[in-house]
Write a protein that binds this ligand. Structure first.
Ligand code: LLP
Length: 429
């Protein structure tokens, strides 16, 4: 459930609102394209996820670390942090964002395939909850840095359980051939090696097998393997305090059957860890933010091709919302104003960028949309603004957070002067 709903506008006609604010008012005041997020939806999604886990496993120590990469806006992280969320981060920049948004270091998880020495040193200085080590080479670098600093960071091993899942090959991460994590067969040796090192404090194991997962079976298979690993490590006499089960739960994008609910996911986790005394961590991203955000664009014009194709050219482009181009991802697209009952028409919804890939949808049925009208791309709160770029020298779309009947610009659109001021042509003379 989210808080984007059709309600009557000033003329009485139905149109899309976010909580108590007309999206059309935001578009008029802030300009388009613009991302709009709903505080009530963010809070609801986090609360539903947390409550599902808590009620399936009462009394268990749970860290729910929001995957910052899904939506790194400070206001979004702050909203979740105020509810007790931690942060799953993959770069120094994301750690800095989490801290700036008020997430305490004890709730920050630092993951990533290629953390640099500088990033590892920074994470140790901050004292993050857990550095997820993904390779033996990384373990060795980490040990050296920690020893030189005289600190003993808490680490977990991200283990590749050789179970793949996810909505697209580009976001499946759990198979043995993917670049993520240490292999299952070497986890014991590496955990023992780390435990013997005076500058390291191994506290757990972690896995994350993919994103936009719509079937609990592969997750369950991976989690069962992880439980077995915890038991094996403990039988080896090693201390394992926390099991980090990653993120990955899918969301409804309106084109596929609904994915499992947080309650079904929590019940599955509870089943897998039943009787195992261990703290759990989770790294949800999409399930918290995807349906808490929309991208609003304005139609530049409708281009009717002689042979019959109808292109809806909008002022948002692949640089604003890359998912359709990169993953053939489906986003529901609709006029902000509700149709007056006129029959739907097929549109190719495209942006202005000079590539065919800058196409959001082909033959999408929609109520008739005219020049200058607003359209909304739904479920755009996750991996939307966060994957934006300035391709074609287009300014990054601003972001707006709604709360009740108020809204705030939480990232403003840069001016062209600001964009140009970061660069200079060298004076070679
Ligand atoms: N933990 C780790 C280690 C991850 O790599 C990811 C996502 C997450 C947690 C959060 O996963 P989520 O709950 O959001 O599924 N850009 C793609 C998605 C990439 C996901 C990358 N890793 C998209 O737009 O679909």
């Amino acid at each position: 459930m989210n808080h984007f709903e059709d309600r009557p506008g000033p003329t009485g006609a139905l149109e899309l609102w976010c909580e108590g604010v007309r999206l059309a008012d935001i578009a008029d005041a802030v300009g388009t394209p613009v991302y709009v997020y709903s505080t009530a939806t963010l809070e609801r999604h986090f609360t539903v996820f947390r409550d599902a886990l808590q009620s399936a496993m009462p009394g268990r120590d749970l860290l729910i670390a929001f995957a910052v990469k899904a939506n790194p806006n400070l206001a979004v992280i702050r909203t979740l942090s105020d509810l007790g969320a931690g942060a799953d981060t993959v770069s120094e920049g994301e750690i800095r964002r989490a801290l700036a948004a008020g997430v305490p270091p004890q709730r920050i998880v630092f993951s990533g395939v290629g953390k640099t020495d500088a990033e590892l040193a920074y994470a140790m200085d901050i004292g993050v909850a857990e550095i997820n080590v993904e390779a033996e080479a990384e373990l060795d670098r980490l040990a050296k840095i920690a020893a030189a600093k005289g600190v003993r960071p808490a680490i977990a091993f991200r283990v590749n359980p050789d179970v793949g899942a996810g909505g697209h090959a580009k976001i499946s991460t759990g198979k043995a051939e993917s670049k993520f994590g240490v292999s299952f067969s070497e986890a014991r040796r590496l955990y023992a090696k780390a435990s013997a090192h005076p500058a390291l404090r191994p506290i757990g194991v972690a896995c994350h097998i993919g994103s936009q997962i719509s079937d609990l079976a592969p997750m369950e298979a991976a989690f069962i393997k992880m439980r077995a690993l915890v038991e094996q490590l403990r039988a080896d006499g090693l201390s394992v305090e926390r099991l980090d089960l990653g993120g990955g739960l899918g969301v409804p994008y309106h084109d596929t059957p609904a994915p499992p609910t947080p309650a079904q996911y929590a019940a599955m986790v509870a089943r897998v860890v039943d009787g195992l005394d261990i703290a759990l961590a989770f790294e949800p991203g999409r399930v918290i933010v995807a349906n808490a955000g929309v991208l609003i664009a304005r139609t530049v014009h409708v281009h009717h091709r002689a042979e019959g194709r109808r292109f809806l050219v909008v002022d948002a482009a692949m640089n604003d919302l890359l998912r359709p181009t990169l993953y053939e991802a489906y986003h529901a697209i609709r006029p902000v104003r509700v149709g007056n009952g006129a029959p739907e028409e097929a549109y190719d919804v495209v942006g202005p960028i000079c590539e065919t890939g800058d196409t959001f949808a082909r033959d999408r049925m929609m109520p008739p949309v005219g020049e200058g009208e607003l359209v909304a791309f739904l479920s755009a709160g996750a991996y939307g603004a966060s994957m934006g770029s300035e391709y074609n020298a287009r300014p990054l779309a601003p972001e707006v957070l709604v709360r009740g009947d108020r809204y705030a610009v939480v990232r403003r659109r840069p001016t062209y002067e600001e964009m140009l001021s970061r660069e200079q042509a060298p004076d070679w003379s």
